[in-house]
Design a binder for this molecule. Sequence first.
Ligand SMILES: Cc1ncc(COP(=O)(O)O)c(C=O)c1O
Length: 402
Amino acid sequence: MLAERTTRVGASPTMQVLLEADRLRRQGVDVVDLGAGEPDFPTPAHVKAAGRAAIDADFTKYTATAGIPELRQAIAARYREEYGVDYADSEVVVCAGGKQALYNVAMALFGAGDEVITHAPGWPTISDQVKLADATPVHVRSYAEDGFALRAEPFLAAITPATRGIIINSPCNPTGALMSEGELAKIADEAAKRGLWIVLDLCYENLIHDPVPHNLPKVLTDRMRDRAVIAGSASKAYSMTGWRCGWAMGPKPVIAACTAIQSHSTSNACSISQRAALAALEGPQDCVAEMLAEYRRRRDVICDLLTASGRIRCVKPSGGFVLFPDVSDVLSPGGIRTSAELAHALLTDVHVALTAGEAFDAPGFVRISYATSLERLREGAARIERFLDALARGERIRPLSS
Ligand SMILES: Cc1ncc(COP(=O)(O)O)c(C=O)c1O
């Protein structure tokens, strides 16, 4: 028998699409993969060079659990420059990705009997980590009709005597929505009064398409520095998902607890990746601007293509590299009934891989990644249109020959 906690979580559903698409691809099928949750660009050349140099210099041993001092310093410096928030190096822990940073934080802050408020649609790992910490996730909803705006009011309404913390992901995966500084301020004021934690997942902070104010770290530190934790990552901004390097910043006791927890699981983040992440943070940033400009171009193209026929509705995302369109108009009780069935049918019939909204607690939606070339996006959109045309005629498309 497995431990009880294994019954609370399953394998990440966003991974399952990738696995199925991969299986088809290995059979020689031309799959248009719009399921990817990671950048398609190579890691920037100077970052790769720093990784190679680390290997050549035999920088291949354990490091301090919390990370090499230069990187902790560089992370603190980055947030100081970008947001005007002041963290000491000892208030930064480097982890194997933002995911581990958030996991450490959940383990350090939450436990049995605690409620932790987060938002839906949302990245499923946030809730599952809360469950693994023996706490209970409480979801407040954002709505497509409202641009998926993360508003303070439902968060405040969800607070109970059992609430211990609030986790906010902005820009949000999968909606691409941002929390505004004003809405976060309202939540932070209340959280400060009640002694609640706020954890901010800023994994996509460098991928915001339009220049809108998003200084969430300052909003939190001005109001509740001793109860705020910020998680970030090199993964998405620098196309470094496989290197596994992220971080958490917060009050010293929280970071010390995260470091202690990490010391008994993975120890330090990979030494080579830490040197590479240092080069990413301290080196030229034009690579980020270039990737962002390309994402923006793709976002506009795919959004227009998918909504042209009026069958699919889509809120244009403010950040990240995924769209989260509403496909409920093409579902019907006698045909394809759910977005999960639609995702499955699109994969089997026209070989387009995308992620059903069910994975993000949002049935009736699908997640479409535009972290792929414009050419593949156009091909994917054309296949989806062909599929929807056939569906509207009451037919299903025969699977494409492989
Ligand atoms: C919302 C969100 N937060 C955090 C992460 C963590 O990414 P990583 O562990 O690669 O830093 C992801 C990855 O997909 C994400 O979507």
